[in-house]
Every structure is written in structure tokens, then in C-alpha cells.
Design a protein around this ligand. Structure first.
Ligand code: NAI
Length: 349
């Protein structure tokens, strides 16, 4: 099914309101989800609405949150999320971080007690659109073995980075610290396909190619990804006094309770370090140089991070955004679904 960006936003907003979220929050959440689908990050778009709706309906996402923002130093602040929708909390916290960095050059804003905030690229791009560098990272539920381990300890703990150029190109580097997202394993399961032996391990910690035998995901680039996901967990968890590592709440275990997740935004104002115009020109030059690099066989051309997502957006603007039929049917239905996810394991099984 293909829908326009506007249609998709409206459908998701309506469903979230039906589940109990106030209009403003529903709009903010739907906007971040629409961003994801529009960029082709379908793992973090409309596919999640049914889960969020159930969690809102069960009280595990605060429908009318009482956010608190405390600036604790010239460049430091803490955002108390009251377990409201993570997308809205992270958006508001980024607005605060941008305002602070305009004054102080750098802002570090930690969010605590928030819910899942989706695709982090949305938030870092807010900073780039204001001529700043944005970095964001957050915790997610434990489903990744530490390097060499057999049991999950960290989440897929994503990191995102964005920077402006002096033209309409924005760099958006946005990745989970695992080799592959869980959604790709689910997809392979549904299609009865095997998976590469680099994605996941079985219960013995051995690489598996059987999508049904997956016990945990593995960090990207072995010990390096493991170190990165640990860094993310410390900076967006321990630093803010919320549960860490394996103690981070599961997405599906109990939908009646808040998730108490942590996230960290860092905003750097280049104007405090160099000439802003020159900085942006240097980024454009870098992108031009990269685009002019010869591509290896089979690659066609070199892309900069975020470029392919924007190409996808342009195509979707012409053709409509591709949404799985079942998800579209759910969005246009009167259902909220109160018992699809509650009590499931970390893989929603
Ligand atoms: P991915 O593997 O699709 O892309 C990772 C990065 O590589 C992106 O910046 C992309 O622009 C870049 N890229 C991809 N192909 C490229 C190419 N050919 N040339 C140059 N650059 C290229 O992303 P991943 O790891 O699957 O993450 C997807 C989303 O999931 C992200 O938005 C992330 O924030 C989100 N996420 C959110 C979590 C949460 O708890 N909130 C947890 C995990 C992921």
C-alpha cells in the first residue's frame, strides 16, 4: 500500500489519540514515525504504532506527561520524562539543547525515565538544521551478547550524528551498535530464509544461520561495537541514574509500567570553535570529494551517511510511502489492540 506523507502522519496521529495520547504528543510521535518511514527506516515507523498504542492504553506510556527540565550548569541539563512518549521527550530535549548551545557553545542534555524514542536521526537533524552538530544516543532493551558471551547484556544502543553543509545536504549518520536490527531477523523468519552467520548467536553463543534459532544479536565489529554500546549505556544510562545494561526494562514484558529509559543529546555550536561559514564549506568540500571518489566494483557510487535515505524520501514524495498492507489495515481500523504484545519476550514472541 502506498500513502502520502501527510496521510500517514494523520493516520498514526489518530490511532495514538484513540489509544489515549493527548493531541500534541500524538502529533510529535507521529511526526518522528513518519520521518522514519519517509526515509525508508521502516523498522522504526508505522510498524511500531500497534505496540505503542497498546502500551499507552495499558498505562505504560504516560498519556499526559509532566516533563521537568532542569539546567544544572551552563552547558548541562537534565530532562525528566515522566515515562511519557520518548519521541516527544527527545524532541523537546533537543529544542532545549539547541537553545542552550546557542548561548554556551555546547549543550549536553540527558533524558531520564522516557519511553522508546524511535529513529534518532530525527533529533540530530534538528540541530543540523540550526547550523549545529547534533549527537544523540540511547538505551534499548537487552538483546545483544557482550563480545564472546552467550547471554544478552546490552541493548542495540544506537548512536546518531548530524552536521550541516553550506548547501542543502545534511550528514545523518544513524546506527544501532549491532550488526543487524532485530527486525531483519524477524523478516527472515517470516520468509523462512536463513541469515548470514555474522548477525546473531544461538543459546551457546555460537554463530547461527537459522533465524528461528537466534538467542541474541551480536555487536557490530565485535569488541569495537561492544565497547560502543557500553559507552552509549554509560552516557545515556548510568550518567542519568536510570537502570543499566541487563537491568534496562524489556520492551514487551510489562506494558503497564514505564520503561525508565535514558537518552543523551550533545549539541555543538561550530560558531564557538571556528568560522561557521568556513565550517559548512569544509563539510560541503568533504562531501564533494567523497562523491568524486572512485567506487569499487559492484558499488556504483559512494554515498555519504544519510544520502540514500534522502533519495528514498524523494522517491516516496513522487510515488507515495510504501506501507505493509496489514499495517495500513490496522491504522484505518477502529482497533487499538490491547493484548498483542504484553508479556512477550525480548523478541516479541
Ligand atoms: P542502517 O544500518 O540502515 O544504517 C546505518 C548508517 O549507515 C546510516 O547512517 C546510513 O545512512 C548509513 N548507510 C547505509 N548504507 C550506506 C551506504 N551504502 N553508504 C553510506 N552510508 C550508508 O541503520 P540501523 O543500524 O539498522 O538503524 C536503523 C534505525 O534504528 C536508526 O534510525 C536508529 O536510530 C534506530 N534504532 C533505534 C533504537 C531505539 O531504541 N530507539 C534502537 C536501535 C536502532
Amino acid at each position: 500500500m502506498r500513502v502520502s506523507k501527510e496521510q500517514l502522519l494523520e493516520l498514526m496521529k489518530k490511532k495514538l489519540v484513540k489509544a489515549g495520547l493527548n493531541e500534541n504528543a500524538a502529533m510529535d510521535v507521529a511526526d518522528v514515525l513518519t520521518f522514519a518511514d519517509h526515509r525508508g527506516i521502516h523498522s522504526h515507523g508505522a510498524v511500531r504504532v500497534e505496540y505503542y498504542a497498546e502500551r499507552i492504553a495499558k498505562g505504560g506510556i504516560t498519556a499526559n506527561p509532566n516533563y521537568q527540565f532542569e539546567q544544572t550548569g551552563p552547558s548541562a541539563a537534565v530532562f525528566e520524562g515522566d515515562n511519557g512518549p520518548g519521541h516527544q521527550a527527545a524532541k523537546q530535549a533537543m529544542e532545549k539543547a539547541i537553545a542552550m548551545a546557542k548561548e554556551s557553545g555546547v549543550a549536553v542534555v540527558g533524558m531520564k525515565h522516557i519511553s522508546h524514542s524511535g529513529a534518532l536521526g530525527y533529533f540530530v537533524e534538528m540541530a543540523a538544521k540550526e547550523n549545529m552538530v547534533g549527537i544523540s544516543m540511547c538505551q534499548s532493551d537487552p538483546m545483544v551478547v557482550p563480545f564472546g558471551g552467550t547471554e544478552p547484556y546490552f541493548g542495540t544502543n544506537p548512536i546518531a550524528f548530524s552536521a550541516p553543509s553550506n548547501d542543502d545536504r545534511i550528514i545523518t549518520f544513524d546506527m544501532a551498535t549491532t550488526v543487524q536490527a532485530w527486525g531483519k531477523v524477524l523478516d527472515a523468519r517470516a520468509k523462512h530464509l536463513s541469515i548470514p552467520d555474522t548477525w546473531a548467536v544461538d543459546s551457546q553463543g555460537e554463530p547461527t544461520t537459522d533465524a528461528r534459532d537466534v538467542h541474541a544479536l551480536v555487536p557490530v565489529a565485535g569488541p569495537k561495537g561492544y565497547g560502543l554500546m557500553m559507552m552509549v549505556d554509560i552516557l545515556s544510562g548510568s550518567l542519568l541514574g536510570v537502570p543499566h545494561g541487563v537491568h534496562v526494562s524489556s520492551m514487551y514484558k510489562d506494558l503497564t509500567k514505564g520503561r525508565d529509559l535514558g537518552q543523551l543529546h550533545i549539541v555543538i555550536n561550530p560558531a564557538f570553535f571556528t568560522d561557521l561559514g568556513q565550517f559548512k564549506t569544509r563539510i560541503s568540500t568533504m562531501l564533494d570529494e567523497l562523491k568524486a571518489q572512485p567506487a569499487a566494483e559492484g558499488y556504483g557510487e559512494i554515498f555519504y551517511p544519510g544520502e540514500r535515505g534522502r533519495m528514498r524520501s524523494e522517491k516516496y514524495d513522487e510515488d507515495g510511502i510504501e506501507i505493509v498492507d496489514d499495517i495500513y489495515e490496522y491504522l484505518i481500523s477502529d482497533d487499538v489492540h490491547y493484548d498483542r504484545y504484553h508479556g512477550k519476550n525480548r523478541f516479541a514472541e
